[in-house]
Design a protein around this ligand. Structure first.
Ligand code: ZN
Length: 127
């Protein structure tokens, strides 16, 4: 009879949100609150990020809140494959609307609401 829970080996079907929360807790932080992408064309990349930038200089790496990750925009390929390989130093982000379109002028009163603010090179969520 085996009624006890077994520790270790591959916990079945852990969602990315759960893994991200565990990643944060293990580092002493409350779980990251990702932007709500439900009903939008945007998708969270289910890959944990260790740092941002510093592709050219390891001392230039930017700390990333544990669980914060890349957001994929339909029809758009980020120039940097991963935040760890990003060389963006503009310090700016791009706002994207729910349909995945880029908001070029966020001060325009007719512009759609920005759902996610992303790094222009790697898509790291900065919302
Ligand atoms: Zn980046």
């Amino acid at each position: 009879m085996s009624t006890t829970t077994t520790a270790g080996t591959a916990t079945p079907a852990t969602s990315f949100a759960e893994r991200a929360a565990e990643f944060a807790r293990a580092r002493g932080y409350p779980p990251f609150e990702a932007p709500d992408l439900a009903g939008t064309a945007l998708r969270q990349r289910e890959e944990l990020v260790r740092w941002h930038g510093g592709a050219d200089d390891p001392f230039d790496r930017e700390w990333v809140y544990p669980g914060r990750t890349v957001i994929e925009v339909p029809g758009l390929t980020w120039p940097a494959a991963r935040p760890e390989e990003c060389s963006d130093d503009s310090g700016r982000g791009i706002w994207f609307a729910a349909d995945g379109s880029q908001i070029t002028d966020a001060t325009d009163p007719d512009a759609p609401d920005g759902i996610a603010l992303l790094c222009p090179q790697c898509g790291l969520d900065s919302t």
